[in-house]
Ligand binder design. Structure first.
Ligand SMILES: NC(=O)c1ccc[n+]([C@@H]2O[C@H](COP(=O)([O-])OP(=O)(O)OC[C@H]3O[C@@H](n4cnc5c(N)ncnc54)[C@H](O)[C@@H]3O)[C@@H](O)[C@H]2O)c1
Ligand SMILES: [Zn+2]
Length: 361
């Protein structure tokens, strides 16, 4: 079992541990009790995850709310349902919410915890690869609005994160690949993460593809550990996305437009991100920011992992551009691109002309 500490603004009270290991769900409350003072818990989960893992979280002090499964339920109505349930089971200020599920559950349960009685403790138990390497770390919590994704939310850190890699055994291949997309993203931004430790994550991914797809526990633990270290190193320095945190959006400027224009249900987030990353490598090559050798290394890695990289001819250029401009990351009508410039290194550029941006669309 690995344990790492996320330090927010280097203060002890907002720091929390991430445990990464096998069979953690079996003794979940042993960990939880060390980091919260709760007498009672409300476990927020969905039908799918509950049917596989719900039993493991049952205890005399736990009540459940089982939500329908899907991104479309990450909204204000569901948030209200969670708050109603918290009141119904008389959750008190020192009690805690436990988020058991993927990123959808983590985001909405964390947001509920941040506003229930002006904020109570919450625990992340991420059960998808995407949630274990990304959404459970960093404290961004939110729900969607019909005008856009994650438009209503806050920054609220959990008391601990319990990543049980055994849960990945039941994840289907499409969802596993969605997580891998974010994993590869870290390897392309590693040097720019300003992490004290250097991993050479790109090489790790190049040489462990089969082990990763076979879900080798040791390799998965290492992989999740590296991703969490890289993400927390960024979040430690820039909790509220004033600067450095923006590099986590590598590939996402294109991805968000792809997701929006296809109604958020044709492609998973990871599929949009892998297509977005390929587009950004193409863009970087086009504007001479990257050498061909690294371009091939990076795009070959995307291909080796059989991630989705080819866009269908399904987008209207004007709509695509408009959609990029309406992204909440846009400032002063300039689209900020996180551009690869050298192996594992990125920079931010916002002066790329429209025609070049749309070349690969
Ligand atoms: N807060 C952040 O920093 C952050 C970062 C990235 C993404 N997100 C959010 O995360 C969400 C996407 O998360 P996701 O990819 O985990 O999707 P998800 O939560 O919808 O989970 C994907 C699917 O896998 C199922 N599932 C979950 N765990 C399982 C398991 N162990 N075995 C079998 N099936 C399982 C779920 O029920 C669901 O059907 C989006 O809403 C996105 O906005 C947030
Ligand atoms: Zn993402």
């Amino acid at each position: 079992m690995n344990k790492l500490e996320v330090k927010i603004n280097a203060t002890k009270e907002s720091s929390y541990p991430i445990f990464i290991g096998e069979n953690l769900l079996e003794n979940a409350y042993d960990y939880i009790e060390q980091y919260t003072k709760a007498n009672n818990y409300l476990v927020v989960t969905n039908e799918t995850v509950y049917s596989i893992y719900g039993e493991k979280l049952k205890s005399n002090n736990s009540k459940f709310i089982i939500l329908p499964d899907g991104e479309i339920y990450k909204n204000m109505d569901t948030l209200n349902r969670i708050l109603d349930r918290a009141l119904e089971v008389k959750l008190e200020r020192k009690d805690a919410i436990i988020a058991l599920g993927g990123g959808v559950i983590g985001d909405i349960a964390g947001f509920a915890a941040s506003i229930y009685q002006r904020g109570i403790d919450y625990v992340q138990i991420p059960t998808t690869l995407l949630a274990q390497v990304d959404s459970s770390v960093g404290g961004k919590v939110a729900v969607n609005h019909f005008l856009g994704k994650n438009l209503i939310g806050s920054f609220y850190q959990p008391k601990l994160v319990l990543s049980d890699i055994n849960t990945l055994k039941t994840l289907d291949i499409r969802q596993f690949k969605t997580g891998l997309s974010e994993v590869l993203k870290y390897s392309f931004i590693e040097k720019s993460c300003k992490c004290e430790k250097h991993f050479n994550f790109l090489e790790f991914l190049q040489s462990n593809r089969t082990e990763i797809y076979n879900k080798n526990p040791e390799v998965l633990k290492k992989l999740i550990n590296i991703c969490c270290k890289l993400k927390s190193s960024i979040v430690n320095k820039d909790e509220k996305e004033k600067g450095l945190r923006a590099i986590l959006n590598f590939g996402h400027t294109y991805a968000h437009a792809i997701e929006k224009l296809t109604g958020y249900d044709k492609y998973t987030h990871g599929e949009a991100v892998s297509m977005g990353m390929k587009l950004i490598f193409d863009l970087s090559l086009e504007i001479n920011c990257i050498q061909e050798e690294y371009y091939h290394t990076a795009t070959n890695l995307l291909k080796d992992y059989e991630l989705m990289i080819n866009l269908k001819d399904e987008f209207n250029h004007e709509e695509f551009y408009e959609s990029m401009l309406s992204d909440k990351k846009v400032s002063d009508k300039k689209i900020n691109f996180v551009i690869p410039i050298a192996p594992k290194e990125v920079t931010i550029k916002n002066n790329i002309d429209k025609k070049t941006i749309l070349q690969g669309i």
